[in-house]
Design a protein around this ligand. Structure first.
Ligand SMILES: CC(C)(COP(=O)(O)OP(=O)(O)OC[C@H]1O[C@@H](n2cnc3c(N)ncnc32)[C@H](O)[C@@H]1OP(=O)(O)O)[C@@H](O)C(=O)NCCC(=O)NCCS
Length: 219
């Protein structure tokens, strides 16, 4: 099922990525090792302030919302994703390689937002905003919500809500003309609370390539 949110303006290129050769990295992106973040953490603070976002049910400040870090490989990030779908076996080297691909897109296209529980040092929630930079809509940007998941033991504590609020805030900040997602029927009500609606007249279609026979199917 596809759902959609429309925002009024066209895409704004993120400042830290607004260069011609794609090589100018933000200070955060230059951090080495496990502390390297996928995008600038100041962006999270900026949208939290701009859209008055906070974490409910967290009086002790035990949770933090931040960009994905390389070190989240060791903080349960992939086991968390495996509560959503198949992840398979990924070494840290493979993880870092893919992280770098995503972090180095210019203009920045991947915004993986996570929630960390400080006392356990585990990632307990994650959601991804992907920006597609377009010619259409006056060289605008379209946003996609991907891979929303909250760990089993933390569900029902508004963390899914907080993650989606952050993604919608980031998408608004970037001025996307449209933000969309795919979800099961049972989650339509969950996403409606953030302004998503079923896009009447449009259908979500998919061609799968997971099985060998799919690859030989009708071209
Ligand atoms: C879907 C998921 C992310 C929700 O996270 P969560 O942290 O448990 O949800 P929240 O506590 O933030 O819920 C926020 C609100 O949405 C409501 N809600 C939760 N699931 C809902 C549903 N299926 N339909 C309607 N409302 C729902 C809650 O009741 C809550 O309402 P309230 O603000 O009035 O209390 C979580 O259940 C999950 O990770 N599921 C497995 C992975 C998955 O299916 N991801 C979605 C892929 S599209």
């Amino acid at each position: 099922m596809a759902a959609i949110v429309k925002t009024p303006s066209t895409g704004k290129i993120p400042q830290e990525a607004n260069n011609n050769d794609g090589l100018l990295l933000s200070p955060e992106a230059l951090l080495s090792g496990d502390d390297r973040t996928m995008f600038s953490p100041t962006l999270i603070g900026q949208v939290q302030e701009q859209f008055n976002l906070s974490l409910p049910n967290d009086p002790d400040g035990g949770l933090t919302v931040r960009p994905l870090k390389v070190g989240d490989y060791d903080r349960g990030y992939l086991p968390l994703l495996s509560q959503l779908t198949s992840v398979g076996s990924i070494s840290k080297a493979q993880f870092v390689e893919r992280f770098n691909v995503m972090a180095n897109t210019r203009p920045q296209a991947y915004y993986v937002v996570v929630i960390e529980e400080k006392k356990t040092e585990q990632v307990v929630g994650s959601a991804t905003l992907v920006l597609e930079w377009k010619f259409i809509h006056e060289a605008g940007a379209r946003g996609r919500v991907e891979d929303v998941v909250v760990s089993d033991e933390m569900r029902g504590r508004q963390l899914g809500k907080v993650l989606n609020q952050h993604l919608v805030a980031l998408a608004t900040h970037f001025g996307v003309y449209k933000l969309s997602l795919e979800c099961k029927d049972k989650l339509i009500g969950f996403y409606e609370q953030f302004g998503f609606v079923k896009d009447a007249g449009n259908n979500f279609m998919v061609k799968r390539f997971d099985k060998p026979e799919d690859q030989l199917a009708k071209l």
